[in-house]
Design a protein around this ligand. Structure first.
Ligand code: PHE
Length: 359
């Protein structure tokens, strides 16, 4: 029995493959294996002999079985180790398929950059405010009290009330004008800021989407007049549309937050659907503007007896459509890759302060 033990334990220790282990298992403890045969011999023994040999044989069978199991798992571990050593993948290597395409800069981002660069050159800093705005900042502070008809024109999205008694509820800002108030409160006068950003109104057609972008302008000092407003806007249009000559027409209008108020039209022509700025007999409305209403200055914590200034608001998406010949605003926000590749900009096209792009 000791020979048997020695024979199998060393063979198991030396086995290099699972198949060899299986062969050893059959030979040793299989139905017709050597241990089984020895067990059969027990019947021929005397009871005394059997009492000694029986348990010994059983113990040997258990010992061989557990040696087989241990070796089997050792072989599996070694096989895994070997696979891990031989099969590896460098995930940092570039792909072998089609060359990677660069992404594109969305026209809204591009135009926001262009506008910011142009106004930065005229001394305007960028101001920001929240898109979820209080009713006070979006309306009251801008001289649009409750029940003012201008509120109806804004197609406002109202937020759920945060608390039962929150009345009126917050709104998704309907214009960038609330940033005027926040900037005045934060910086006081004099002040020169633009506020580009998202605004929201419940409206949807070829030139309206429920979310769109405006840029607000605000300049307050002791003697800012409409002449400054006119120069700033002309300068902006020249740089933005990349033309030497622009002609603006100030048309009397009304906004609650400016007095006097003017809508500004740009002289242009449409030849074969192609926009030409600065020539022709058409006038195209591009923005709203005016002298900041004394009540608005007060809401911003600025004394209207000492300070005055202008404000304007224009649609970023709208001027992007005009400059880059994009026909439908809704496609701006569809995330269609073909559209983005067609109308998007290379990250290497950098807006310049003179207007336009440098490549
Ligand atoms: N807030 C106005 C709008 O969204 C635009 C505007 C801004 C007009 C500032 C005048 C002055 O319609």
């Amino acid at each position: 029995m000791d020979d048997l033990r020695e024979k199998y334990l060393s063979a198991i220790a030396e086995a290099a493959e699972e198949t060899a282990l299986e062969t050893l298992r059959v030979q040793a403890v299989g139905k017709k294996g050597e241990i089984k045969l020895k067990m059969r011999e027990l019947g021929k023994m005397t009871p005394e002999e059997r009492q000694v040999a029986g348990p010994k044989l059983n113990a040997l069978k258990d010992e061989i079985n557990s040696a087989l199991a241990a070796k089997k798992s050792a072989l599996a571990d070694a096989a895994l180790e070997e696979r891990l050593r031989s099969e590896w993948l460098d995930v940092t290597l570039p792909g072998r398929g089609s060359a990677r395409r660069g992404g594109t800069i969305h026209p809204v981002s591009q135009v926001t950059e262009e506008v910011t660069a142009i106004f930065a050159d005229m001394g305007f800093a960028v101001a920001e405010g929240p898109q979820i705005e209080s009713d006070w900042y979006n309306f009251d502070a801008l001289n649009i009290p409750p029940h003012h008809p201008a509120r109806q024109e804004h197609d406002t999205f109202f937020m759920h009330r945060a608390a039962e008694d929150e009345r009126p509820p917050h709104v998704l800002r309907t214009h960038t004008s609330p940033v005027q108030i926040r900037a005045m409160q934060a910086q006081g006068a004099p002040i020169r800021v633009i506020a580009p950003g998202r605004v929201y109104r419940a409206d949807y057609d070829q030139t309206h989407t429920p979310m769109f972008h405006q840029v607000e302008g605000l300049a307050i000092d002791r003697d800012i007049s409409m002449a400054h407003l006119k120069w700033v806007l002309e300068e902006f249009c020249r740089a933005y549309f990349e033309v030497d000559k622009v002609e603006l027409r100030f048309r009397a209008s009304h906004f609650p937050f400016t007095e006097p108020s003017a809508e500004v039209d740009l002289r242009c022509s449409w030849q074969g659907g192609q926009l030409k700025v600065g020539e022709g007999d058409d006038w195209m409305e591009i923005l709203g503007s005016g002298m900041v209403h004394p009540k608005v200055l007060q809401a911003g914590g600025i004394d209207p007896a000492e300070w005055q200034g202008f404000a304007f608001g224009l649609g970023i998406d709208r001027i992007a459509m005009l400059k880059y010949g994009i026909p439908d605003l809704r496609a701006f926000f569809d995330s269609d890759l073909r559209w983005l590749r067609h109308y998007g900009f290379s990250a290497l096209d950098v807006p310049t302060v003179q207007g336009g792009l440098s490549r």
